[in-house]
Ligand binder design. Structure first.
Ligand code: GLC
Ligand code: GLC
Length: 654
């Protein structure tokens, strides 16, 4: 949307923008004065943040104040269109405590087609989401996407259309409202690093439209691509080497002679059909802000910012987590705060922990995946040694006020070993060798391994390799069901109790195994992540109430943890205090409440482990075990079964 009057340049630009916008708003008869006052109030609060964040990215270009005004007007258009019930939600959220740090918050994630067939089928599963106790439901990308391989929907052809096989946008909005009525927040992906090559913008670019060519990183020859590829990381080397792909303009019917094929190259960090957007062009920022707000207005309460680290490219760098990424996030955050403040961002930055933490900030993303805790949970289960995990909880768990980790055991993606080599070195562990060990362990190649995982993007040139497999299969449910059930519950107990929003990959709670048939679908056969994206298993879910079945023990265990978590005030908030168990097999941490503390202990080894009375002498002798309310005398020490965990309410001795 283009506005007619343009803003004069000048030092007092901010005042002029405000003036211009206020006048524009006053002329807009679609909105009543009360709503207008709400918006202008928010604008006054946030305009400075908007100006500074946009200035950091676009300040040196021409028409900077136009860029600011355009961002505000994009927010205004979305505010005008925002349904009343969502505006009410905005108001309630604006002066409430964050819901996602509460002990009630529990998330689930699934594919619409794999879990429910389509949106109509998924509606039938809402009672199940309630039974499990979810308050957050992430639907994997459900937008229009290319036929065949679409990277599991992460190649979006239109942000405004649901894949017709799954339903319509109207149905999605209705689904969101149904969830909302049940206290469940809908979480959607905002895939904003790239579009598919079939998106209208990409097609226009391929056809040679100069306006849309500048939406992407398109170069006429290999000069710039070669320069960039000196330093940018390969993410999917199985798909294509480097980060650029030849533009195929024949797809859009552009006639070029076969002797002179399209010479252009386009940036594609992930697959060849995923074209990276060019945020150095402010039009891209505006266009994507409008798409983002469209999703917010259809009822998304959390947007998962996909592949966030990659959105800014800078010659001579890794082109990941550049400072401008954070400025752009701040700018998007303001646009959301103006139009739809109930919506939170969740960052998907699966990178070095020093980088991950930079995204989880109140003015960027209130939520972030916690890939470090995820990876080190797997590390502890393989090594039966908690030192790396324990150090990470002590040093890297704290996040700013008003933010929270999303703690997960696994996701739809591979498991990558994104721990810090420096942290490992301090414990005498060599990062590179240790990753090799973990890859060997989880692919079942290491002697004595219980895991049934599959290697992903094994890159002999760089030595990089990641792991695929469902939680149950990676923990050996096929071959050693007894210990595997305990390990599954142990892994989930950590996600449930360290502080933050626990996220269940649906299917895990009934012990779903690897999909034995994943390679039969030719569209997916090259991408091992499909091994851990099995279809909804009627049989597994039916057994969930049978406490003698494996499914029932896992479901009952996870359901039980959710109940205990919900009734334990100490699990509110995100504060974690380390606790040294003096035993490398037993992880310890404390969750402080008003007067009491919950002490969490978790034994990752295959044998019973003891935490001595002396180790526990900082607490009063009498403790209560959560769940069964059993009294425990700490002076006798605590014995933990193999792969056992305990949550104890204790009182500090002083
Ligand atoms: C994220 C998604 C992953 C996808 C990639 C590209 O990492 O989680 O599934 O392949 O982005 O969109
Ligand atoms: C992500 C990560 C990478 C991950 C991939 C999806 O953004 O950077 O480690 O494996 O994309 O599979």
């Amino acid at each position: 949307m283009q506005h007619e009057n343009s803003i004069p340049q000048g030092l007092d630009g901010q005042e002029q923008v405000l003036q211009f916008v206020r006048e524009h708003l006053l002329r807009d008869t679609r909105v009543d004065p009360e709503d207008r006052a709400v918006f202008t109030g928010r604008l006054t609060t946030h305009v400075h943040r908007l100006v500074t964040s946009l200035y950091a990215v676009y300040g040196s270009g021409p028409g900077f104040w136009d860029t600011v005004a355009q961002a505000v007007l994009t927010a205004w258009e979305a505010f005008v269109a925002r349904p009343r019930d969502l505006k009410d939600l905005d108001r309630r959220r604006e002066d409430a405590q964050p819901w996602f740090t509460s002990r009630d918050a529990v998330g689930g994630v699934c594919y619409v087609d794999r879990f429910g067939g389509d949106l109509a089928g998924l509606r039938e599963r809402i009672p199940y989401f309630r039974e499990l106790g979810l308050t957050y439901l992430h639907l994997m990308p459900l937008y229009e996407a290319p036929e065949g391989n679409s990277d599991g929907g992460y190649a979006v052809s239109s942000y405004r259309h649901v894949d017709p096989a799954l339903g319509t946008m109207a149905e999605l909005a209705e689904f969101a409202a149904l969830l909302r009525a049940q206290g469940i927040a809908l979480v959607l992906d905002f895939v904003f690093n790239h579009t598919s090559n079939e998106h209208a913008w990409a097609r226009a670019a391929a056809a040679g439209d100069p306006f849309y060519e500048r939406f992407y990183w398109i170069y006429p020859d290999r000069t710039m691509p070669d320069e960039f590829e000196l330093t940018a990381r390969e993410i999917f080397p199985d798909d294509h080497p480097g980060v650029f792909t030849r533009v195929d303009s024949t797809e859009v019917g552009r006639t070029l002679s076969p002797l002179h094929p399209d010479p252009r190259w386009v940036w594609t960090t992930f697959h060849r059909f995923q074209w990276d957007l060019n945020y150095s062009n402010p039009h891209v920022f505006h266009a994507m802000a409008a798409e983002m707000l469209f999703l917010a207005n259809h009822g998304a309460q959390v947007l998962r910012l996909d592949a966030v680290a990659f959105i800014w490219k800078q010659l001579g760098t890794s082109c990941e987590s550049q400072p401008q990424v954070h400025d752009l996030l701040r700018a998007f955050n303001v646009v959301m705060a103006l139009a739809a403040p109930a919506v939170e961002f969740k960052s998907e930055a699966i990178v070095h922990p020093d980088e991950v933490i930079r995204y989880i900030q109140p003015d960027q993303c209130a939520l972030s995946y916690n890939p470090l805790q995820m990876a080190l949970t797997w590390d502890a289960l393989a090594t039966r040694d908690v030192r790396m995990l324990s150090a990470a909880l002590a040093e890297r768990h704290a996040t700013p006020e008003g933010t929270a980790w999303v703690n997960y055991v696994r996701s739809h993606d591979d498991i990558g070993w994104t721990f810090s080599d420096e942290d490992a070195a301090r414990l005498g562990i060599a990062g590179h060798d240790h990753r090799r060990f973990l890859n060997a362990f989880y692919t079942g190649r290491h002697p004595g391994s219980f895991a049934h995982g599959v290697a992903f993007q094994d890159n002999p040139r760089t030595g990089d390799c990641r792991i695929c497999g469902t939680t149950a299969s990676l923990l050996g449910l096929e071959t050693e069901p007894g210990p595997a059930v305990d390990r599954i519950l142990l892994a989930y107990s950590l996600a449930m109790s360290t502080g933050g929003l626990p996220l269940i990959y649906l299917g895990d709670e009934v012990g779903q195994l690897n999909d034995a048939h994943w390679q039969e679908n030719p569209d997916n056969a090259h991408d091992a992540r499909w091994v851990h994206r099995p279809l909804y298993s009627e049989a597994d879910y039916e057994r969930r109430h049978d406490l003698f079945s494996v499914q029932g023990r896992i479901f009952g265990g996870i359901r039980g943890m959710i109940t205990v978590r919900r009734s334990t005030p100490e699990f509110d908030g995100t504060t974690l205090i380390p606790f040294d168990t003096h035993n490398d097999h037993v992880l310890g941490y404390q969750r402080p409440g008003g007067h009491s503390v919950v002490l969490c202990l978790a034994n990752v080894s295959d044998w019973s482990q003891f935490v001595t009375g002396e180790t526990l002498s900082g607490f009063l002798p009498t403790a209560t075990s959560l769940g069964d309310d059993e009294r425990v005398d700490l002076r006798a020490g605590i014995l933990l079964e193999a792969h056992g965990f305990r949550w104890l309410r204790v009182l500090p001795a002083v």
